[in-house]
Write a protein that binds this ligand. Structure first.
Ligand SMILES: Nc1ncnc2c1ncn2[C@@H]1O[C@H](COP(=O)(O)OP(=O)(O)OP(=O)(O)O)[C@@H](O)[C@H]1O
Ligand SMILES: [Mg+2]
Length: 397
């Protein structure tokens, strides 16, 4: 067997939920206090919380850690409390898809069609009543839901208000990168969310070091990651204060160390890793994109790469998108759908968009990429599409 610097790679994966969250203890305690009444007087109160903060500041992991803890505490008190974490981006911003995921956790055989989201929500509430369940619904990457459907959050916050005499069964934890997305919402839905606000700041280099040290001790063999390597990783990641980038950089550095059969992870491995990891392009994000969103991104990165401009306008992009669709034997989606892709990709941080300024004839929207070279984005998408076209060939064979 080849030698390796790793003891166990799992704690470096995105799914891993650490036992403790250094520098986020205060936020966890706040959540515990806020939700205490759910355990003390189940059915008498509900809560709504909003967690905001830039990429990799711990929004998702705080909610997940809290979810595991409160479910355990409820079990000890024999309270039927469920915590369900749904990613709105993966649901393409559809409230129906979000509620479908919730329903699947209660009743897999529930009919898949013939319901509106409101009816599905009512059906979920009935099940909660029948089983005497309390539900904490965690809505991650809420910007996708808001961008796609501005009444979705209103529907969710109103359902409890319509049940005046019934026990309160639904609480919400929402996660959002920027509060500005709330501006487009119904005022009351936005303000009930902002009442309990947890605002996370980017991590400093020292904070990242503590977080990394915990992972190093469980993921790497003793003594393979020296202090200066760790500091170097933390320094690079502290530019955005992004813990995900720091952890991915560390993991990738370990992989480079292994490929060179080195017994230690050294700064040179970190430099190599930094050239290959882009903070804005996450593997899990890429994997959940639809084929048409990938074609959109391919058109965008090709145009930017060829023109060497910072932005491209919507009209030009749409033309290239149609060519790209032809190349991959896909029928291009219409203008409205194309516009939706743009808004969703922009809300979830993969691309940036802004209205054109003076000097352009008529107003249009300009689209660009965030801190990733267009060539790197193109390569990633092309290889993701490669898998797609091989699969398509296999199915049509
Ligand atoms: N305080 C912390 N202690 C330990 N690990 C942390 C901490 N904060 C974040 N992490 C880890 O860093 C990574 C990124 O965190 P997380 O996914 O929660 O960020 P996020 O704010 O949800 O980012 P995004 O906006 O991209 O969704 C995860 O692997 C998480 O486990
Ligand atoms: Mg997250």
């Amino acid at each position: 067997m080849r030698p390796t610097v790793f003891k166990d790679e799992a704690p470096l994966s995105i799914e891993y939920i650490p036992a403790r969250l250094p520098h986020r203890e205060g936020q966890l305690t706040f959540l515990t206090h806020l939700f205490r009444s759910l355990l003390e007087r189940p059915g008498s109160t509900g809560q709504r919380v909003l967690i905001t903060g830039p990429v990799g500041t711990g929004k998702t992991v705080i909610a997940q850690r809290f979810g595991l803890d409160i479910v355990r505490a409820a079990r000890e008190r024999k309270i039927a409390l469920r915590y369900i974490h749904v990613n709105c981006r993966e649901c393409k911003g559809s409230l129906f898809a979000v509620l479908r995921k919730v329903m699947d956790r209660f009743e897999e055989r529930f009919p898949r069609r013939g319901f509106s989201s409101e009816e599905l929500l009512q059906a979920i509430m009935r099940i909660l009543d029948q089983k005497n369940f309390i539900l904490i619904l965690a809505l991650d990457e809420l910007e996708a839901l808001i961008e796609a459907d501005d009444s979705a959050l209103y529907t969710l916050t109103r359902v409890q208000e319509d049940r005046v005499t019934e026990p309160i069964r639904l609480s919400l934890i929402c996660m959002l990168r920027e509060v500005k997305y709330l501006e487009s919402l119904d005022r009351s839905a936005a303000s009930t969310l902002q009442k309990n606000l947890i605002e996370l700041k980017p991590y400093s280099s020292n904070e990242l070091i503590t977080i990394l040290k915990d992972r190093v001790s469980i993921a790497f063999k003793d003594g393979v990651v020296q202090e200066d390597t760790l500091e170097f990783v933390a320094d690079l990641a502290s530019m955005n204060g992004d813990a995900r980038y720091a952890i991915e950089l560390l993991w990738r550095s370990g992989k480079y160390a292994d490929s060179e059969e080195s017994r230690e992870v050294r700064p040179e491995h970190v430099r190599k890793a930094a050239a290959a990891v882009y903070p804005t392009l996450r593997g899990d994000h890429l994997a959940s994109l639809s084929i048409n969103e990938k074609l959109f991104l391919l058109a965008l990165s090709r145009t930017l790469e060829e023109s060497d401009q910072a932005y491209v306008n919507m009209g030009d992009l749409e033309r290239v998108y149609k060519v790209v669709c032809e190349e991959y034997d896909m029928s291009a989606r219409g203008h409205t759908q194309f516009w939706k892709y743009m808004r969703l990709l922009s809300a979830t941080g993969l691309i940036s968009s802004k209205p054109s300024g003076k000097g352009t004839k008529g107003r249009t929207t300009l689209i660009g990429l965030r801190s990733i070279p267009a060539s790197a984005m193109r390569e990633c998408i092309e290889s993701a599409l490669e898998v797609f076209s091989t699969d398509a060939r296999r199915y049509s064979a």
